[in-house]
Ligand binder design. Structure first.
Ligand code: HEM
Ligand code: HEM
Length: 246
C-alpha cells in the first residue's frame, strides 16, 4: 500500500525517530512520492545524452586510425561529431528544462541546484554519510530526498561540471558556426579567457574525465545504497516513490 499524496514532515528531509512516534497511531510511512515524472524522465534522457557525449567526445579528440580508400568515401568523423553535437543540444536544453522544473516542481526538485552551506547540521550529516560510505559506522540515517552527501556530489560533481561542459562546448561549437553565430556571440569570450582554442579543447576533455569520475561513484553509490542502505534508491528514480527499510 502506498500513501503517495501524504506530505509528512519527514518529506522535508531526514526521517527521524520522532517522526516514527508521531505516526504511531496505526500509521507508518509506506512510501513518499519524491521524484516527479519530469525529473525522472530528465534523469534517464540526460544519462543517455552524457553516454553518447563521452563516447563521441573521446573519439573527436583521439580519432580512429585513418580509413582505407578514398577519404571522400567515408564520413565517420562527420557522424561522430554529429552525434556529439546532437547529444550536446539534448544536454543543454535538458538542463534548461530541469532548471525550470526546479522552480515549479516539488522541493526535492530544487536539491540539485543548491546546498545549505551555512547549516552546521547539514555538514554533520554529510560527515555521517561519508563515514557510512567508508564502512566506519554500521548504520546510516534515512532520507526522503537525496542524502546530504549525494546532494553535495550532485551539485558540485554534476551540476558544476555540466554547466562547464555546456559553456566550453558551445564556445568550441561557435568556432565551427563562425563569427556572428549565436554560439560565438554568447560563448566566444571563453576562448581568449582560457588562452586559445586548443586550451578550451583540453579543458573540455578534462571536464569529461571529471564527469566520468562522478558517474562511476554515482552508480556505485546508487547500487550500494539500494542493497545496504535503509531506503529504496534505484526504483525511486524509476517510479518516483521512496520506500523504507528498518
Ligand atoms: C558531458 C558533456 C560533454 C562531454 C563529456 C564532452 C566531451 C568532449 C570531448 C572529450 C571532446 C574532445 C576534446 C578534444 O580532445 O579535443 C569534445 C569536443 C567537442 N565538444 Fe564536447 N562534450 C560535452 C558536451 C558538449 C556540449 C554541450 C557541446 C555543445 C554543443 C559540445 C561541443 C563540442 C565541440 C564543438 C567539440 C569540438 C569538436 C571538434 O573539434 O571537432 N560538447 N567534447
Ligand atoms: C551518465 C550517467 C548518469 C548521470 C550523469 C546521473 C546524474 C544524476 C543526477 C544529476 C541526479 C540527481 C537528480 C535530481 O535531483 O534531479 C541523479 C539521481 C539518481 N541517479 Fe543518476 N545519473 C546517471 C546514471 C545513473 C544510473 C545508471 C543509475 C542506476 C544505477 C542512476 C541512479 C540514480 C538514482 C537512484 C538517483 C536518485 C538518488 C537519490 O534518491 O538520492 N543514475 N543522477
Amino acid at each position: 500500500m502506498t500513501r503517495s499524496a501524504h506530505v509528512h514532515p519527514a518529506a522535508a528531509g531526514r526521517v527521524s525517530p520522532s517522526d516514527a512516534e508521531e505516526l504511531s497511531h496505526g500509521q507508518t510511512i509506506q512510501s513518499v512520492y519524491v521524484y516527479e515524472a519530469p525529473v525522472r524522465v530528465w534523469h534517464w534522457v540526460n544519462a543517455l545524452a552524457i553516454t553518447v557525449l563521452a563516447l563521441s567526445g573521446y573519439f573527436i579528440g583521439k580519432p580512429l586510425p585513418t580509413m582505407p580508400g578514398e577519404a571522400s568515401d567515408h564520413f565517420v568523423m562527420g557522424y561522430i561529431r554529429f552525434a556529439h553535437f546532437a547529444a550536446g543540444y539534448v544536454l543543454a536544453v535538458g538542463l534548461l528544462g530541469r532548471a525550470y522544473w526546479a522552480l515549479v516542481g516539488n522541493h526535492h526538485a530544487r536539491e540539485l541546484f543548491w546546498v545549505p552551506v551555512f547549516s552546521r547540521t547539514y555538514w554533520r550529516e554529510v560527515l555521517t554519510m561519508l563515514k557510512w560510505y567508508l564502512f566506519l559506522i554500521p548504520k546510516p540515517s534515512q532520507y526522503v530526498g537525496h542524502n546530504p552527501m549525494a546532494r553535495l556530489a550532485m551539485f558540485a560533481g554534476f551540476m558544476g561540471i555540466s554547466v562547464f561542459m555546456v559553456v566550453t562546448g558551445f564556445a568550441l561549437y561557435g568556432e565551427g558556426a563562425q563569427m556572428g553565430s549565436w554560439q560565438e556571440r554568447l560563448f566566444g569570450w571563453v576562448i581568449p579567457l582560457m588562452g586559445q582554442s586548443q586550451d578550451v579543447h583540453t579543458w573540455h576533455r578534462m571536464g569529461m574525465w571529471a564527469m566520468l569520475v562522478f558517474i562511476i561513484l554515482h552508480i556505485y553509490a546508487a547500487i550500494r545504497e539500494d542493497i545496504m542502505g535503509r531506503q529504496s534508491i534505484v526504483s525511486t528514480m524509476i517510479s518516483g516513490h521512496r520506500t523504507f527499510k528498518n
